[in-house]
Design a protein around this ligand. Structure first.
Ligand code: FES
Length: 277
């Protein structure tokens, strides 16, 4: 029996925003019933402000999938699309007071449905393309997804990856490959979070920002044929230019936010990232 929080139980028993939006402005569909979970997210969007006026869902899944979907819709209603894209799978889990480790994949599914719906609204392709290599055939999980979820959530073991993506949770054949992917990620970016230095001078802060971008961010973007360059550093404002596949990508807001998160984690809480136009 899973140890669910009261909020998860409440959201499962009385989920909010269930159902379809007729003629929705955006629809995001992820998962598949064959793999056990599926989620369809509908959005009504104000065209002038890009505000999410209504968000509803239909899901086929367990209590955590229903609770995560309900939490997602509550979190994004009233937000602009860019603000909604800043909602992480951890935000969904936190909204519910936490999820059992083995059920974190439900929060990831919510986040993916949101990305898919916004990509649908903006006419952009959703993340998974035919070019992406499927690592886990049992659950149709790609290398790109494993890398992204592992980095976003600081996952270091195959079991953690299974909890967050289901990859490795079937026949187990893909586990060595998942291990290799994790080894490659964390050899470029150690998962241990060093303490943020205190009382830095401006020059020390600039040097640390440059170091973190070179050591912890660029290698990961370059591995996906993207890149980032620092254009300017003015106090806490870091102006960057996305390059390669990241430039003009519909998910550039997400990339910028993850760069900002990393700099806030390793340099200073008040770093603000801006994209050079
Ligand atoms: S291929 Fe990944 S669990 Fe079977």
């Amino acid at each position: 029996m899973w140890d669910y929080t009261d909020k998860v139980k409440e959201a499962f028993l009385r989920p909010k925003n269930v159902g379809e939006i007729e003629n929705a402005d955006a629809v995001g569909e992820v998962g598949s019933i064959v793999c056990g979970d599926a989620l369809k997210l509908y959005l009504r969007i104000d065209k002038a402000t890009e505000k999410i006026l209504d968000a509803r869902f239909q899901t086929f899944g367990c209590a955590s999938a229903i609770a995560s979907s309900s939490a997602l819709t509550e979190l994004i209603r009233g937000k602009t699309l860019d603000e909604a894209l800043a909602v992480t799978n951890q935000d969904i889990a936190d909204f519910l007071g936490g999820l059992p480790a083995q059920k974190m994949h439900c929060s990831v599914m919510g986040r993916e449905a949101l990305e898919a719906a916004i990509a649908n609204y903006r006419g952009a392709p959703i993340r998974k393309t035919d070019a992406e290599r499927v690592v886990c055939k049992c659950f149709d999980v790609t290398e790109e997804k494993i890398r992204r979820v592992a980095m976003d959530n600081h996952l270091t073991t195959v079991d953690e990856v299974t909890n967050f993506t289901k990859a490795g949770g079937g026949c187990g054949e893909c586990k060595p490959e998942i291990e290799n992917i994790l080894a490659a990620i964390w050899s470029a970016q150690p998962p241990l979070k060093p303490l943020k230095p205190k009382g830095m001078t401006n020059l020390q802060k600039i040097a640390l920002i440059q170091e973190v971008i070179e050591r912890d961010i660029r290698p990961l973007l370059q591995a996906d044929n993207g890149d980032v360059e620092i254009v300017d550093i003015d106090g806490n404002r870091v102006v960057v230019a996305l390059r390669g596949i990241c430039s003009g990508c519909s998910m550039s807001e997400v990339t910028l936010k993850s760069i900002q998160d990393k700099l806030r984690e390793l340099v200073s809480d008040d770093i603000v990232i801006q994209e050079s136009r």
